[in-house]
Design a protein around this ligand. Sequence first.
Ligand code: F6R
Length: 610
Amino acid sequence: MCGIIGYIGQKDAKPIIMDGLKRMEYRGYDSAGLAILNGKSVKMHKKAGKLVNLQNEITDKDLAGSVGIGHIRWATHGAPTDENAHPHTDSAEEIYINHNGIIENYLTLKKALEEKGHEFYSETDTEVLAHLIEEYHKEVNLEKAVAAALKDVVGAYGIAVVSTKEPKKIVAARLGSPLVLGIVNDGEYIVASDVSAIMPHTREVVYLQDGEICTLTPEGYTITNLTLEEVDHTIEQVDWDVSKVQKQGYPHFMLKEIMEQGDVVHDAIRGRLRPEEGLAHLRGFIEHADRLKNIDRLIIVAMGTAMYAGMVGEYMLEEYAGIPVEVESATEFRYRKPVIDERTAVLAISQSGETADTIAAVREAKLKGALVLGVVNVVGSTIARDVDAGAYSHAGPEIGVASTKAFISQVTVLALITLFMGRQRGMSVVTGQRIAKELMELPEKIETILKQTDAIKEIAERYADSRDFFFIGRKYNYPIAMEGALKLKEISYIHAEGYGAGDMKHGPIALIDEDFPTVALVPQDSVYEKTLSSIQELKARSGKIIAVATEGDTAIDSIADDVIYIPKTLEMLTPILSVIPMQLFAYYVAAKLDRDIDQPRNLAKSVTVE
Ligand code: F6R
């Protein structure tokens, strides 16, 4: 959600900033801008729309300079226009700032600044911060001015600030929005919202913490707190494979990421299974084994796709580990008064590890004394750092805005957690061995589904003109119905709703006619017959059915209009297979409609604002 970048060094800043913005474009893409300093002179360009608009605007412009900041926006305050695009500047046009986050008290600050004579040109909260820094910068250097201004601010920010009064300096700071410092060389640094913007230049990074300010000059860098006292920090090596952030011949990241899912399951279980003993080896969980054994309740908090993964986890953990589990949208969790004690564990699931709502839920749970666990993909992210223990989901970088491979990795890790906690609570060795064996067979089974891509494409294209869809499933496939509907609406903009198959007759079935198709998840599991009956009820009302069924199920052929087959697996692991046709179906409907699949309208990859 908004990407910021700053470069200081010996090279031309412009190409480095533009390349970084390109790599972070999935974070937001409704406008972009940059400011390059060349001594005391500064050149700023801002353009509404995709990054390519900014690129076209600056192609033949002379933007020499080795200090600069860039921004890619996902609008919060003010429409996506040239004026509202970042950077923003102060009255004297000396300070230039990029911001990711929300300044919640900006109206109060703005009023006070207006009374002092400041004039504002945009509708953004960020511009207020530029003027606030200007006030302090009259008396003190840039880092002191930024620190002083940030003390007045309520909200969340990742910022990069430059000043023509000190043209060889970038000051960056974070509170609630991610920021990473890349150390390229002595005197050459990149600060960005995301390591993907840094990776082509260096693997040495420092993940800045909330409340930290980083000052970059050709002489070196310092990391301090808001009172400008130096703080300890660790330089870490990023081990991401750069090829993973390229499309490698696929038309979209989303399709590439769907196709990687066999490897994703493999990577999520690698080194974590003891198949002979029917055990899962999860280092972070082992460290808290005693406390985990004694918890009497687990609350899973997450958003969107990650929450649907959590719902699959709820069914697994209740069935195999006998732990009462509740799944809650993090947005709700943080504002009610959840009853939590030291015998409650809270498990946060997040691909980015930067979702503001999930971070807030984690912090609330910690305050209340719960054991807080995480299943996170991005290494070093805020949630990964905040939790007491966790298991990375190891999906690798996910660039497509619609989450696919992260979901599969999350459900796989939840199966490992189920195995771990189940064995703590009386699950037999034989059951443990069975789960482990079935998990190891999943990558191959995923490949057999991916081989049906052409058939799924053909079905999807035939239905692409429908205006509405239902997705139905039951038990383990209920969350997959929700996820299937979410995928379709996100990238095709078609109205879709996910329901429990048994819920249809309680109202939604009223909408069914020959133009309202339903995607029905009906694998041969413990609720097969029940789901089949729900499908019959839809057929009886002329509804079209696209079924996802188990290989060898001939009965479904005569009922459904179209069938996509998935291999048989353990019931609790079915979602890992059945979600793949959902992803491919959504993808090919959207492709047929010529949608912007990797960057769907109104969305951004990581939602770092409330
Ligand atoms: C849907 C999607 C979102 C995210 C949600 C949580 O395709 O990507 O629903 O799942 O915003 O994001 P993370 O997992 O980064 O916390």
